[in-house]
Each structure stands twice: as C-alpha cells, then as structure tokens.
Design a protein around this ligand. Sequence first.
Ligand code: OXD
Ligand code: MN
Length: 587
Amino acid sequence: MKPTQNKILRGWVDEMAQLTKPDRIHWCDGSEEEYSALCNEIIASGKGFPLNTETHPNSLLHRSDPTDVARVEHLTFICTRQREDVGPNNNWMEPNEGHQMVDGLFEGSMQGRTMYVIPYVMGPLASPYARTGVEVTDSPYVAANMRIMTRMGSEALARLEAEPKVPFVKGLHCTGDLNPERRYILHFPETLTIKSIGSGYGGNALLGKKCHALRLASWQARQEGWLAEHMLIMGVETPEGETHYIAAAFPSACGKTNLAMIIPPLSQEGYKITTVGDDIAWLHVGDDGRLYAINPEAGMFGVAPGTSEDTNPHALTAVQKNSIYTNVAVTPDMQPWWEGLTKDMPENLTDWQGRPYDPENGKAAQANSRFTAPVSQLPCLSPEFDNPQGVPISAILFGGRRASLAPLVLETLDWTHGVFAGATVASETTAASIGKVGVVRRDPMAMRPFCGYHFGDYFAHWLGFQEKSDNLPKIFHVNWFRQNTDGDFIWPGFGDNVRVLRWVLDRCQGKGEAVRTPIGYLPTPGSIDIEGLDLEKGAMDELISFDRDLWQTEMDDIKMFLAEYRDRLPPELRAEAERIKRELQIA
Ligand code: OXD
Ligand code: MN
C-alpha cells in the first residue's frame, strides 16, 4: 500500500519511525492475505501455534509472557496539564514529563522489527458517531487482533483521507522487553495520543479498545455532549415481534459477554435476544430525545474460562473459526480448552504456558485467558449492528457481583437516583486486572479503570443529560450474584435473566408491578415470571427484599466513597445518599 495522502498522518508516522527506527514499515490494508501473513509472523515468532484446522479453521493460539496477562491499572496514566482534571480515579503524569519518559524507552525500540501502521474506525464506517484512529505497533499479534476488533485497513484509511482536518487518535505501541518495570500505558486526552510500551497483552496493546474507545472517548464525549461507556448493547425481541434495546454496565469479567447473547429458556417462548455489542457503547441523544447507542467495536475480546455450551453457546459458535485464543490450554490435537468448557478435563493437555498440564502449576488455562472473534460470526448478531444511527435504548442496567445486599433487580426512582446507583456500583474484583480477586471495590458505572477524567465531573456530565432530554431511558440496578448462607447462588442467571429483562421492559412501558422503597422500585411477588424455575422455597422473596441495617451501613460507606471527589462531586449525589438514609430510618 502506498503511504497516505493525509499529510498529518504521514508526518506523524514518519516521526514515530524516526523515534523507534523499525527496519520496515507496513501499512495495513485489512485484506485476507495480510491477515494470513500476520498469523504466519506470529507463528514464526514462536509465540503462536496454529489450531486444529478441522475443528477451528484459520485460528491460532497465542501465548503471552507469563508476567503480561492482564491490564495493569497501576501502570496506566492520564497525562493532562492540570492534575485535578484526572481525579483520584486515575494516575496522573504531566504531559511533557510523560512524553519524555516513554520516548526514552521508545528510542530505537523497533530496530530489527516491522512497524505496522493500522488505520482503524471505531463504529460503523458510515456513522457520523464513528471515530478514526491509527495505531503503529511492532506486534503482528496486535495487528491481527485489531483486524478482528475494529474496522481496520483501506476503508479506514479512505475515511482518514476524506476528512484530512478531522483529528484522529494517534496510538504508538511497542512490545519492548516486557519488563514490568518498563511498562507504561499513557494517555494524552488533550492531544488524542496514546503511548503504550512493555506489554503485548490485549487491553494494554489493542489501543482501539479501552485506551481509545473508553479513556480518550470519554474525555471527548464530555466535551461534545455524549457518553462513552463500558456497556453491552442487546436487543430483546418480544413474542409480538417488537425489539427493545438495553444497555448494561458491569465491571470486567462479570458476564457482559454472556448476558449480551443469552438464549431464553423454553418456558420464555417467543423471546429472542440479539447482540449489538458486548463491551462498549457510545451513546448520543437523538432528535426524538432518546439515547441511541452504537458499538464502536467489530469483535469480541471475551474471557474464555467459564464459557461453555451451557453458559454461552452463541459465543462458542462465533469462536469456532477465524479466531485468536490467548493463554488458553490445548489438547494434543490442538483444540483450545479452558476450565468450564467441558465437564471433564481432556487428557494430556498442554497448559497456557506450554507445559504438560500439572495441577501443581495451577489452572490449565490462565484465569484471564481470552478469545478474539469477529462479532459477524455471532448467530445472534443484531441486524442493527451496522446501523450508522445506532439503536434506541429503552433501559440502562448497572450491576456488580454482590453476594448480599443488592436485590435481584430494582428500578431507580428517577434519572438522578439512577446516576447515583451507577456511581456507587460495587463489585467483588475478578482476574481481568492484576491485583487481589474477590475484594469488594466501588466501580462507578463499571468505568473505574476506564474513565479518562475526574469522576466528579463525569457524574455531573451524566446528571446533565436531564437538561438535554425528557425522553431518557429508565435506569435499573441488577445483581445476578446473590448467595445463600451456604454460598450458593440463589438466582440461576444466564438464559433465565430474560425473566428479569421482561420485568424491566414492562416497567419501561408503564406496566409491571412494583413497590416503592427507599432504595428504588422493587418487583412485587409474582411480577417476575418464575414459572418452570427450580428455586428454593422463599428464594424469590429474598431476592426482591432488602435489609435495612445493611443498607444503612452501605449509605455510610457510600458517603465516604463520594467524599473522595470533594468539591467536584455534584451535590445531588450526596443529597441522594442522605435521602435514602433518611427514608430508611423513617420506614
Ligand atoms: C475487557 C475488560 O477486556 O473489561 O473487556 O477487562
Ligand atoms: Mn470490558
């Protein structure tokens, strides 16, 4: 491919090449041939292995460095002129200092290697809401993943050339020596720049995903009056043939990919789920005042462990071909395997680090092992996936993993209470990020690792949508993870979650029975269809009730958490915590 007509792009790529000194520069065109060549490069590097061509055609296994298996929040920085702009929710670095520090590491870092130039579009190619970016990287694994995860190549370059004055996101990535001491993911929202070095793992290296579509996009969204969110987008088709769309935010590895593509059980005849997105949503207010969502991505980067025919058959179909598996185990005939895929573990597995499987070494597949697959391979892909205008959202769901406290579902009382419920989401941590698993942490709107600016300003931005429209979606809070005293999950989850979605949509249409409580509208007994479910006696009553003492304590904890945002915290949120506490005391 000839270098581009876009002078700004050409100048920037030249500059990056002068800094990193690659032996070759390859401009990605996104073709099949190029994808095969990239896969061959990965295999030649010794880190990639072709999978069984009969069971998993055109697919490969990639093993990342064992010290490089998850996002690294402590090494992720937002670099802005004013420190206060990033808030206590981000690590901060002064932009000049940031550039200087990493440029020292980038200096000559691509010597002997190829620099891949990856033009990409986040969002449907024809969408006014889509945004362009260019990632340069020395990693064929990153280039191959970006081809699955984004609209990448000639068509993206054509858009960059058609709008030469529109700013695009500039992402520089280099694998470096993978030494965690020299690993940094820096974001410069004021200049739409990303510099990432020292990690070849997904979220740290595929810069279109978390770095662009969430951290930088959230910054742009605030300036321009839209929202960039860590949300799935799903369609719920009713027996009457109508489709209603729901956007839902849950912290990483809490089942967004699974919920986005559930198959309703037989008892829920006539209901069907279609998937627009499983991780990120960009939301705009439409002319009719409704919120419209596009999925900026074109692929899934899903957590493999726990994915099975029972939990997510559609995802399994999608990953059967043209997919990349990262850090899973393999069978002797090179089929991918992970804990939860089958009931029995196959014999003679090779573990994620390439060793004969030995339980002494831990799990066969790494806890955060992933598959990368095109969404176009999903049997449940929404026909609206590529709609340039997006889909109208009827309901927003927030939730996390809470063993106790939060009921199965509640409807918030109004937009302010909804923003409060989102801002105070808490969840037990998972393996998607480095750190302790199972600790409860607050994760506002599931954006804690991804909001590129001060959470106080972010909450105010959310609250401000009330002024933009009186036709906004209703906001709900859900919790699929309530446990009984034996530690078992009370609610079956998965396909049966459609029962809860039905109640949610009923409420959006002014139907569905509910009772007003201090913490929101709770379903009345019988208003959620549990026909055919094998629930323990009293389980449903427990799921739709709440403990006043626990909620009092929760409000005290929330007040302390909100205080971290000091004078940038919108007073409405503190007032909401006080309202709930007051009502809990009276009732
Ligand atoms: C992801 C994450 O990879 O949230 O989607 O960690
Ligand atoms: Mn995610």
